[in-house]
Design a protein around this ligand. Sequence first.
Ligand code: T46
Length: 127
Amino acid sequence: MEEKQLAFDVISDKRGSLVSLESNRNIPFDIKRLYYIYGTSDQPRGFHAHKALRQVLICVKGSCKILLDDGIEKRVYELNLPNKGILVEKMVWREMYDFSEDCVLLVLASEYYDEKDYIRDYSDFLK
Ligand code: T46
């Protein structure tokens, strides 16, 4: 499995904390897109892999779990800190679940949105 856990520097003072994310510095690609997921329920999300897309997922508020599966091995991670992220490489099946009510999941993506990059069928993914 090629995923990687990332820890970002936190700049804190009496006013609070700040985390800075920069292309090709602490994020290992050119950031072409970012999106965030919130208002989640008990419904899991994901259930796909990407042919080329690389992404970093950061739970900036609350918590959730992510299952990563490279077709050989499955690993589950809990995302629950705004200064920790996970790099999900291409061709890794992902499922997100167990969202806390206040969960805000920020995703930094290496490519623009392209539905053709998705593999949404698990048996196609395994092939
Ligand atoms: C991923 C996980 C972590 C867009 O129009 N633009 C976008 O940039 C994205 C990400 C999605 N969409 C549309 C496509 C669907 O009609 O928004 C709808 C919901 O997307 P989806 O069902 O793919 O959402 P998740 O939470 O299952 O997956 C998302 C990302 O799509 C995916 O790349 O890795 O978050």
